[in-house]
Design a protein. Structure first.
Length: 296
């Protein structure tokens, strides 16, 4: 009857993360494909460069033809020793040729593509870090870990001082007294991790309503738990008595050693099914939800 809700939440996160990673990798691969298909658009710029080389060669040839014999010998000597012939250009300067717009456009597209890929990589890195942080073991102490609540006798004193209810904020849990006479009935409904505290006389419930997750307060007049969001009601043992909730209040795994209660808030166990009433407790006064009672 029990289910580990925390494990279900982790599986859902991992499945959702895997789908998102696959989609982002597909977008990155598609961006690389578009980049490769556009690399052939710069041919005009290379043709312009080739024409410039041909024009320079023609100018050099013209200069050599019009040069004197001494200049030709000087050029041959420079060529033999590995130098470079730089002829003097004659005539007017060549007119200015503006840059090829296609070449400029390719550079702009490359910049945009690289920017998009960079953002994708940063996004994947951030998502991966978030997943690792979510799955990383939580530090000791606080909600999500094993909490040593204290001696059973001290807890009973706190319940008595709270007029039947004791809220423990560090563990986000409610604790109430559980009658010893009801333990035999409880053994037919609850698993041993829940029975450990019940047999010691303490019922431990998660504060969230199983309906839509609202925090359930206690009601002093009815001596029940009554959810103000949608009116679900539970007796002191957290067993459902009314409202739209699908079951009783969820529980934590508990253990008792040396008279001290330890609650594992990282292990949430589903509450008992509708119709469970091991204690037989009925409302002891007006209800706080839809009634005239006062709760907290």
């Amino acid at each position: 009857m029990s289910t580990l809700l925390v494990a279900d939440t982790n599986i859902a996160w991992i499945a959702g993360g895997a789908v998102l990673v696959i989609l982002l990798l597909g977008l990155v691969i598609a961006s690389f494909g578009r980049k490769g298909s556009r690399e052939g658009t710069g041919q005009l710029a290379r043709e312009t460069y080739q024409r410039d080389k041909t024009s320079q060669a023609e100018v050099t040839e013209e200069v050599l033809v019009s040069s004197t014999g001494r200049e030709i010998e000087r050029a041959a000597r420079i060529e033999r020793i590995g130098g470079e012939l730089v002829p003097k250009e004659k005539g007017d300067l060549a007119p200015f040729v503006p840059p090829d717009p296609e070449a400029i456009g390719v550079t702009r597209r490359q910049f945009v593509n690289r920017s998009i890929i960079t953002f994708f990589i940063l996004g994947l890195s951030g998502f991966g870090a978030a997943v690792i942080a979510f799955l990383w073991p939580q530090p000791k102490g606080g909600f999500g870990s094993k909490i040593k609540v204290g001696k059973i006798s001290d807890i009973q004193a706190q319940i008595l001082g709270g007029k039947g209810f004791y809220y423990y904020p560090e563990g986000r849990m409610w604790m109430t007294s559980y009658p010893t006479a009801s333990v035999d009935k409880a053994k037919k409904v609850y698993t041993q991790p829940v029975l450990n505290s019940l047999e010691a006389g303490v019922a431990v419930m998660y504060q969230k309503c199983p309906h839509l997750g609202c925090r359930v307060p206690s009601c002093q007049t009815s001596q029940w738990f009554e959810c103000p969001c949608h009116g679900s009601q539970y007796n002191q043992a957290g067993e459902k008595k009314g409202g739209p909730a699908p079951r009783g209040m969820d529980r934590f795994s508990t253990s008792v050693s040396g008279g001290e209660l330890t609650v594992d808030t990282g292990t949430v166990i589903q509450g008992p099914p509708i119709g469970t009433n091991t204690t037989g407790q009925e409302a002891e006064g007006p209800h706080c939800v839809g009634g005239g009672g006062g709760g907290h």
